[in-house]
Design a protein around this ligand. Structure first.
Ligand code: ATP
Ligand code: MG
Length: 323
């Protein structure tokens, strides 16, 4: 159909000090044109590894299984030329630390203009004019006046707006935002999320929004994929996930977010700690922390099943099934 991105049965093993780390475990996900998919899960569950894979940015020593198709193209089989085009023009990525992603010794206008000159072949004058347009697009206050600023002269929110402007410079079809608001305080977080939502509507681009904070994801996404220990344990439309969570882990995330409509500034806590990614669990990876766990959960890993409404769940005893 109109899937922009299709991730199929994708696994990543990274070498760790004590043997391989199975950071991504058989994930299947797709993103439609113009859609915002939220990926939520605790620190270390493999979110950034999955994002890197989409841009084929995993380290050389990563062992990969499965496939990633973008616009019908197998990302792992692209020539270096096509891959550069994919990264520069088709898919853009923004990260948690906007200040650290900008070059501290170059002016904001120069950094945006350089990108436009390289990827779009614009002249310096045209590129600088385009930089102003992009800074306006991301609602940068006094856009033209910012061209000569250095990153340290901008607030954290303004740095993230600059990163978003650079990401938008080549009109990407997909923007991957990996914890884009984690380093910002709560009011600025909300402004950046609103900006991303507005831009998506204005530009028709798809977004993958990654966060450990369900509040952030809930506010912005059409669909939510809940990740635990390298796997997607539940995936459904945002309202479905929030109103009728099926996986006990999702339930825990919701219970740990006192007000899901507010952007939370507190870390979500669920008793127990994240499963080790170095061992393959025999049963369900969440079993040691699951209040609904039964004997079977220790013995057999749950398969993912798709409900009639298209939701995906990997749990032997999903919540609310018997009601
Ligand atoms: P966070 O919320 O903290 O950003 P995350 O969900 O993005 O976490 P990843 O950064 O994808 O998690 O890490 C998943 C696992 O892979 C972790 O155990 C991490 O230590 C490990 N890992 C990540 N990158 C590498 C690497 N280059 N080499 C070895 N192990 C890695
Ligand atoms: Mg990460």
């Amino acid at each position: 159909g109109n899937d922009l991105l299709r991730i199929e049965n994708f696994s990543v093993r990274l070498p760790g000090r004590h043997g391989p780390i199975h950071a991504v475990r058989g994930i299947s996900l797709s993103v439609r044109v113009g859609e915002c998919l939220g990926i939520v899960g605790e620190s270390g569950c493999g979110k950034s590894t999955l994002c890197s894979a989409v841009l084929s940015l995993l380290p050389d020593n990563a062992q990969i299984e499965g496939q990633i198709h973008f616009n019908g193209l197998d990302v792992q089989r692209l020539s270096s030329e096509k891959l550069a085009r994919l990264r520069g023009r088709e898919i853009a990525m923004i990260f948690q630390d906007p200040m650290g992603s900008l070059n501290p010794v170059r002016r904001v206008g120069t950094q945006i203009a350089d990108k436009l000159m390289v990827h779009k072949g614009l002249s310096r004058t045209t590129a600088l004019a385009e930089a102003v347009r992009l800074l306006d697009l991301v609602r940068m206050p006094a856009a033209r006046g910012r061209l000569n600023d250095y990153p340290h002269e901008l607030s954290g929110g303004m740095c993230q707006r600059t990163m978003i402007a650079m990401a938008l410079s080549c009109q990407p079809k997909l923007l991957i935002a990996d914890e884009p608001t984690t380093a910002l305080d709560v009011t600025i977080q909300a402004q950046i999320l609103t900006l991303l939502s507005d831009l998506r509507r204005e530009l028709g681009m798809a977004i993958i929004l990654v966060s450990h904070d369900l509040g952030v994801i809930a506010q912005t996404s059409d669909r939510i994929a809940v990740m635990y220990s390298g796997e997607i344990v539940e995936e459904a439309a945002t309202e479905t996930v929030l109103d009728r969570p099926r996986h006990p882990y999702t339930r825990g995330l919701i219970d740990a977010s006192p007000d899901i409509n507010r952007v939370a500034d507190t870390l979500v806590t669920i008793p127990g700690s994240v499963a080790s990614l170095s061992e393959a669990p025999v049963g369900c990876a969440f079993e040691p922390r699951c209040q609904a766990a039964q004997h079977k959960c220790r013995k057999v890993a749950p398969h993912r099943t798709t409900t009639s409404s298209g939701a995906v769940i990997a749990c032997h005893f999903p919540l609310g099934m018997s009601e």
